[in-house]
Design a protein around this ligand. Sequence first.
Ligand SMILES: [Zn+2]
Length: 295
Amino acid sequence: MSWGFYKPYVSRAARLAKASKSAAKLQKIGQKLDPVVIEGRSIAKTFWGKAWCQNLEAYSDYENRLPRGRSYARNGSVIDLKIETGSVAALVQGSSLYKVSVTINPLASGRWKTFVDAATGQVTNLLDLLQGRLSKELLEFLTSKQTGLFPSPKEIRLSCSCPDWADMCKHVAAVLYGVGARLDSKPELFFTLRGVDMQDLLAAAGRSAVLPVGAPTEIEDGDLSSIFGVEIESVATVPTAPENTAPIRKKGRSSPSAKTTDKSAGNKKTKAAKKVPVRKAIKKAGKASIQKRNA
Ligand SMILES: [Zn+2]
C-alpha cells in the first residue's frame, strides 16, 4: 500500500489520448498490439466471456476490487493483451503505461479428464463448445467451483508495474475483464490459457459415438446467474460473433462451412437433446478418483 504517494489526477480523456500515443509509439517500433476493444455496455456478451467474468466476481477475494477495472477495460486503456498457455501479458495506460502479467496454473489433469468423461457424447463439434451451446447440466458442471474449468484466485498470480500496486490495482482488474472480452471473440483461448486441448473432447465423442448430436440448450442469463449465484448484466440474446471477430481457428475435423449456419442453429432451442448421464459423472467427480476408461 502506498497511501502517502502523490499521484497526479489524470482525466479519462487525457489517459485515452496517452493510450493512443503509447500504442502508436509501440507500433512504430514494430510491436504488434492486440488491444481490448469493447463495444456497448457489457464487457462480455457470449458464454465463455461472461462465464470468465462471472467466475472471478463469484470469489469474495476479488469482488470488491474488480469493479475498479471495468471502466478501464471498457474505454480502451488496455492497449495490448495477449493470452498464452498459463499466462496473460498486457499493457495498460494509466497515468503511465503499465505492464500487467497474470499467471494461471494449468488445469489439473484429473479435473480435465473428469470433464472430458462428463462431456462424452455431448460435445460433437468445436463450434458448439466455443459458443457454449451445451446442455445445462454440462454448463453447470464446467462452471462449478468444485468441478469446473475456471481458475480460482488460489491458482492466479497477478502483477503490475505501477507504483500503487497492492493485491489488485485497477490495471490488473482491467486486464482480468479484458480476458473476458477477448474470450468473446476468441473463446478457444480459454483452453490455451488453461493448458488443455479441446480436441480431447472430440476424441471422447468419437469413443462413445452412438448418441445423436441433438441440439444443445443455450444458456440463458438467468441460468448463468443461478450457476454463479450473482446477477449478470442482461443481454437480450446470446449474439453470434461480434463484427470484429477473428475467424475461429479450428484444428482438424470441424468443417468451416458450419460457421455460416450457426446463427439459425444458435437461436433454436430444441428440446430433443439426448441426455447423457452427467449427474452420474458429477457424482463420480465427487469421489476424487477418476476411473479411466479403457486405460
Ligand atoms: Zn497497476
